[in-house]
Design a protein around this ligand. Structure first.
Ligand code: ADP
Ligand code: MG
Length: 264
């Protein structure tokens, strides 16, 4: 499955100019594309166009098929989406929340096969200890992991994750990204995610899009996108760039060029 955006634009009614303008990129199956960019640049808006939540101009294709032609049901079956903010799910247990990812696959009660699959996912995400706990009683990071497990349990062809690693400690951040990476490669799905951690994006992406002020500032392989110049243009932040011991282009923050006027 591949996803292609051709000049996708959208404007919220309250905004005076386009919230996103002429966004174009392509993700092939087995690939991860990461969207980077400052807060408010249009990352979540771009994603909401792909999942069909907003009526955009331009074209979005899933393989060669225009995504507009898919019914709502078909689209939600093929595209699995993790929103940036997830709501509290009353008093459901962790097991039930992950099982909810499978709701499309059963009518009254889940089969043993579905239960086994949910158990496998729970083990893969190291959630066994939490399995009977209430979702509402988990920490922010634990909830995020449960949400990702639920999205993967759905098993579509396209995975869209808006800030999947928000609230995660460094060990969980690494583990979740490794899981998403190997899942994408193994199942040959197309994955689009939004991250803020630039070094993680550099390590786990096949391509990166940087959105700044509603438009694509840079698009290409991590090696061609990540660097001093892009980070300065995107964030007004001066960085050093270096190659880490695993051969990945990394950045190290030096200083923000944004005007600082502290009065305290
Ligand atoms: P981010 O890159 O941080 O994900 P968003 O895509 O959420 O940014 O938002 C892009 C811009 O659109 C921001 O200026 C934001 O304030 C604005 N915006 C987001 N949602 C709405 C909305 N529902 N109505 C009006 N403006 C919105
Ligand atoms: Mg966002």
């Amino acid at each position: 499955m591949s996803i292609t955006l051709n000049n996708v634009s959208y404007r919220y009614k309250k905004n005076i100019s386009d919230t996103i303008k002429d966004i174009s990129f392509n993700v092939e199956n087995g690939e991860i594309l990461t969207i980077l960019g400052p807060n408010g640049s249009g990352k979540s808006t771009t994603i909401k166009c792909i999942i069909g939540a907003l009526k955009y101009s331009g074209n979005i294709f899933i393989n060669v098929e225009n995504i507009d032609k898919l019914s709502r049901k078909e689209r939600s079956k093929r595209i699995c989406y993790l929103p940036q903010d997830t709501k509290e799910l009353c008093d459901l247990s962790v097991f039930d929340v992950v099982l909810m990812g499978k709701l499309d696959s059963f009518r009254i009660a889940p089969s043993q096969e579905i239960i086994n699959d949910v158990e496998r996912i729970i083990n893969e995400f190291h959630l066994s200890k939490l399995v009977n706990k209430k979702y509402s009683e988990l920490s922010g990071g634990e909830r995020r992991i449960v949400n990702i497990a639920q999205v993967l349990a759905r098993g579509g062809d396209v995975l869209i994750l808006d800030e999947p690693t928000a609230n995660l400690d460094i060990a969980n951040e690494l583990e979740v990204l490794e899981l998403i990476y190997s899942y994408t490669k193994k199942k040959k799905i197309a994955t689009i995610m939004v991250l803020h951690a630039i070094n993680m994006a550099s390590r786990f992406s096949d391509s990166i899009v940087v959105i700044k002020d509603s438009k694509v500032l840079k698009y290409g392989t991590p090696d061609s996108v990540i660097g001093k110049q892009t980070i300065l243009e995107a964030y007004d932040v001066v960085v050093d760039e270096y190659i880490s011991s695993d051969g990945v282009k990394n950045i190290h923050l030096i200083e923000s060029k944004k005007k600082k006027e502290y009065d305290f």
